[in-house]
Design a protein around this ligand. Structure first.
Ligand SMILES: *Cc1c(COP(=O)(O)O)cnc(C)c1O
Length: 476
């Protein structure tokens, strides 16, 4: 592409993005399509000859936009939302332009060192101890996988790195403990790492959906009695279903006593610790061996960017470092080559978007926006609580409200499930907002998540109106 053409279409695309961000509310949050529609609108085979940038960009509007679920819409209240802030978007452009790749320090000195610096800035912002070393990975699922590899590697007598786990009679079943409300990535890691689903022991929760430490201690004792080898506990600050917070200090006591690796999954909830008065949610995390937080969830950094912190980077290194001749450099003794700490060799310049976002908003700016989300969430919670046909189903710790319709006199769980599922489908069917659901015990639960950069109280008010209007409609 000649430079003049790049300039022309670059400006055009930046204008397109600016218009999109300014007018995102004009789009429905959810697209009006059926599975296969987008695919059918695209050619089945690739173009033989190159096409013009003009026609490619035109097809973005014509073929791609109709199939987008708009994560950048202020009434996206499903899952845990994610915001691409403008400074984050600009950093992504620059990152692609520079195409930096921090396999080793030499292949990306600024990529490596900016990562070290920004990850340490965030550590300070969350009040984590100075001996927490961090690195950037794509997702929390990958971060947790790496944490569990390190936990396994910490069992040095097993020599897993050299001998693996299969075909051996000298390795007992390894056991990992997590709550029944932990994210599915914990079990995925277990299947990936040869621990198997049978290697995961799911500890029951209390009435507030928190791991029960006494049940954890009992399970460990019982497993040891059966000849299994407990090695790791994954606790959560802000569970995906309902944002519950496991009792980290009590779990850390058990891990220390039993000699187990403690990994804390704070993918969503950890961000709240940027607000000084919320720091206490991470109490006990300073005793963890590893900790994950996702700036791409509630810190206005576009997907993907997850950070894995650990107090034992050398254990990660022992698990992963394999240096072929062609990657040896003259600096290896004095620098950190990030390829040594994980699965990926190539590592794109993700730190740039974290740097842009942290600098553009500042610590205070981020804290103020998060605080406002917490405030609006409490407003929404108040509407749920004061409405006779609704009920709150879990404590509200962060920017998520678990609730359901529960009309007076209707107490049959199956009936309530159908009613709430119908309400969810009706609300999402308006395409004017996006909610998701979960199950808390036997209760079908609606989740209203408020954490998008562009979400204000008026959007949440509108969402509540849509919910009430659709409830009225389906009951009529
Ligand atoms: C979202 C979430 C994850 C997974 O995040 P990805 O980055 O999408 O892999 C893990 N744990 C918790 C608690 C989460 O909320």
């Amino acid at each position: 592409m000649p430079p003049e053409e790049f300039r022309k279409y670059g400006h055009q695309l930046v204008d397109w993005v600016a218009d999109y961000l300014q007018n995102v509310e004009r789009y429905p949050v959810l697209p009006n399509i059926l599975p296969g529609d987008i695919r059918r609108s695209l050619p089945v085979s690739p173009p033989q000859e190159g096409e013009s940038m003009g026609s490619i960009l035109a097809d973005v509007d014509r073929l791609i936009m109709p199939g987008m679920t708009h994560w950048n819409h202020p009434r996206f209240h499903a899952y845990f939302n994610s915001s691409a802030s403008s400074p984050g978007i600009l950093a992504e452009l620059l990152s692609a332009a520079l195409n930096g790749n921090a396999m080793v320090w030499q292949s990306g000195p600024a990529v490596t060192e900016l990562e070290e610096v920004t990850v340490d800035w965030l550590r300070q912002m969350l009040g984590l101890p100075a001996d927490f070393w961090g690195m950037i990975l794509d997702t929390a699922s990958t971060s947790t996988l790496h944490a569990i590899v390190a936990a396994r590697e910490s069992l040095t007598d097993l020599k897993t790195r050299e001998q693996g786990l299969t075909g051996r009679t000298d390795v007992p079943r390894l056991r990992l403990y997590t709550s029944e409300f932990a994210h599915s990535s914990v079990e995925k890691a277990a299947t990936t790492l040869g621990l198997g689903l049978d290697g995961v022991c799911k500890i029951p929760v209390d009435e507030q959906f928190r791991m029960r430490p006494e049940a954890l201690a009992e399970a460990i004792t019982e497993d040891r009695r059966k000849g299994m080898r407990p090695f790791c506990v994954v606790a959560t600050v802000g569970t995906t279903s309902c944002t519950s917070i496991d009792p980290i200090p009590a779990i850390a006591d058990i891990c220390e006593r039993e000699g187990l690796w403690l990994h804390v999954d704070a993918a969503y909830g950890g961000t709240a610790a940027i607000i000084p008065e919320m720091r206490s949610i991470l109490a006990g995390c300073e005793r963890a061996d590893s900790f994950v937080v996702n700036p791409h969830k509630w810190m206005f950094v576009p997907v993907d960017l997850s950070i894995l912190y650990t107090r034992k980077p050398n254990t990660l290194r022992r698990a992963f470092s394999l240096v072929p001749e062609y990657l040896r450099t003259a600096h290896d003794d004095v620098v950190r080559n990030l390829m040594d700490y994980g699965v990926p060799l190539g590592r794109r310049f993700r730190a740039l978007k974290l740097w842009f976002v942290l600098r553009y908003f500042g610590v205070t700016g981020l804290a103020n926006r998060l605080r406002e989300h917490l405030r609006i969430t409490q407003v929404f919670k108040g509407w749920v609580e004061s409405h006779p046909d609704f009920e709150l189903l879990a404590p509200v710790h962060f920017g998520a409200v678990c609730f359901r319709v529960h009309p007076r006199g209707v107490d049959d769980e199956l009936h309530l499930e159908v009613l709430n599922e119908n309400l969810l489908n009706a609300v999402n069917g308006t395409r004017d907002m996006f909610l998701s659901h979960t199950k808390l015990g036997t209760k079908y639960t609606l989740r209203m998540v408020i954490g998008h950069l562009r979400t204000e109280e008026i959007h949440v008010k509108k969402a509540w109106e849509v919910i009430l209007q659709e409830l009225k409609r389906i009951r009529a």
